[in-house]
Design a protein around this ligand. Structure first.
Ligand SMILES: C[S@@+](CC[C@H](N)C(=O)[O-])C[C@H]1O[C@@H](n2cnc3c(N)ncnc32)[C@H](O)[C@@H]1O
Length: 218
């Protein structure tokens, strides 16, 4: 199985000492890749749509891993207290937020969230910090011209600056090649927009602030 860079990076973030539930498993590649690397604790693949669920069951059957169970259900509904690690990857922030809020009492036993949100990572960091989770590790990467931020939260509290919430405390420190490439492109685009004579004064002022901020972090 040829795993994407993103899935491989997510797999590396999963703690090996406790069961894991993957919400929105789709093809099941994350759990299969994890078990192929030797993970032998209980796994639960959750899917709420019948098409991807059938695909998930078929893929897992082919691999013969007896520690992977599946559930056709929504979000955390079918997740019990054995599952201390929760992966939610490849969804937007609104959906991720709803999945957690719909079963909010379950955060009492969840120790780790590994999340790959396609948008609003500022909101995501803020939301999970407010729920009593801190950022344990982060990775960012570009694949097929998409910039991904993968964030591993653990139970506990830490305070973050606005800049850390927006760009990621670890990502800001590391500033890897993909981080620099992505935000340099964002900066170039904004510098291009600001030269457009049809934009209004308020937007120009906003762009000046955004451009200065990007120059600080790069
Ligand atoms: C874009 S795919 C991402 C698949 C995989 N997690 C990944 O990162 O490659 C999102 C999957 O999440 C499923 N999904 C969305 N909302 C869900 C929910 N509330 N409960 C379970 N699965 C959900 C969708 O059906 C879809 O298969």
């Amino acid at each position: 199985m040829n795993l994407s860079k993103r899935i491989k990076a997510l797999i590396e973030m999963v703690p090996y000492d406790k069961p894991v539930a993957d919400i929105g498993s789709d093809h099941g590649y994350l759990l299969i890749g994890l078990c192929q690397k030797g993970f032998n604790k209980q796994c639960l693949g959750v899917e709420n749509k019948i098409g991807p669920y059938k695909h998930l069951v078929e893929n897992i059957k082919k691999e013969n891993f007896t520690n992977i169970e599946t559930s056709l259900s929504s979000g955390l509904t079918d997740v019990n207290e054995n599952f201390k690690t929760i992966v939610i990857a490849g969804m937007g922030f609104q959906n991720i937020c709803q999945i957690i809020n719909d079963n909010i009492e379950k955060i009492s036993f969840i120790e780790d969230f590994i999340i790959d949100s396609h948008n609003n990572t500022y909101e995501l960091r803020k939301y999970l910090s407010n729920l009593g989770f801190y950022i344990f590790e982060e990775k960012c990467l570009i694949e097929n011209e998409i910039f991904y931020e993968l964030i591993h939260f653990k139970k506990g509290t830490r305070k973050y600056s606005e800049l850390e919430l927006k760009y990621g405390p670890f990502l800001l420190k590391e500033k890897n090649e993909d981080f620099i490439n992505y935000y340099s492109k964002v900066l170039n685009k904004k510098e291009e927009i600001i030269t457009n004579k049809f934009i209004n004064k308020q937007r120009i002022n906003e762009l000046i602030i955004e451009i200065n901020e990007l120059k600080v972090i790069l």
